[in-house]
Design a protein around this ligand. Structure first.
Ligand SMILES: Cc1cc2nc3c(=O)[nH]c(=O)nc-3n(C[C@H](O)[C@H](O)[C@H](O)COP(=O)(O)O)c2cc1C
Length: 150
């Protein structure tokens, strides 16, 4: 069971990162297996410190303070960022929302770009012919034909 929390209200008098550690601990003590760490969206006068992967520090802190597995979310866009955050031990999983609205095949494309094919990225049969990045003809094949054929 995963539980999403809002780790800080980004507002004076609201919940803080320290509170979030205790909240996560309490959920884990009552059976939560993973804490999905979001922030804000609680009060209108919030002042979020928005930026690339901006909520990950809260996930990182909960993970290291409690040992409970976490999901990082928020302005994580590339598979490179996902791999970096996981390999650095800052999170156990990443969740991406808007990147999937931009590219509904985000996961399949991330797999293809990393040369992964397997049960984690199964292309629907009608799309399978597109399961590799299209060749550009500039740096890879097929090279442009520069002479007229007969
Ligand atoms: C259309 C849309 C609907 C969302 N609905 C919810 C929701 O019901 N509950 C929630 O906790 N977060 C919701 N979110 C927030 C996302 O789960 C995510 O935390 C947020 O978009 C930041 O991640 P991102 O930068 O990858 O989009 C929604 C986001 C979008 C774009």
């Amino acid at each position: 069971m995963t539980v999403r929390i809002s780790a800080t209200d980004w507002a004076e008098g609201g919940t803080t990162a320290e509170d979030a550690v205790e909240i996560a601990r309490a959920f884990a003590a009552h059976g939560a297996d993973v804490i999905d760490v979001s922030t804000g969206q609680v009060v209108a006068d919030e002042r979020p410190e928005f930026g690339r992967s901006y909520q990950t520090p809260f996930a990182d802190r909960i993970r290291h303070a409690t040992g409970v597995p976490v999901i990082a979310v928020g302005a994580i866009s590339s598979w490179d960022d996902v791999n970096s955050l996981i390999l650095a031990g800052r999170t156990d999983l990443c969740a991406l929302a808007r990147p999937h609205l931009y590219d509904p095949h985000w996961t399949l494309h991330a797999a293809a770009e990393q040369g992964y094919s397997g049960p984690g990225a199964v292309w629907p049969a009608p799309y399978r012919a597109g399961s590799r990045r299209p060749q550009t003809g500039r740096t890879d094949a097929p090279k442009p034909r520069l002479t007229l054929g007969s």
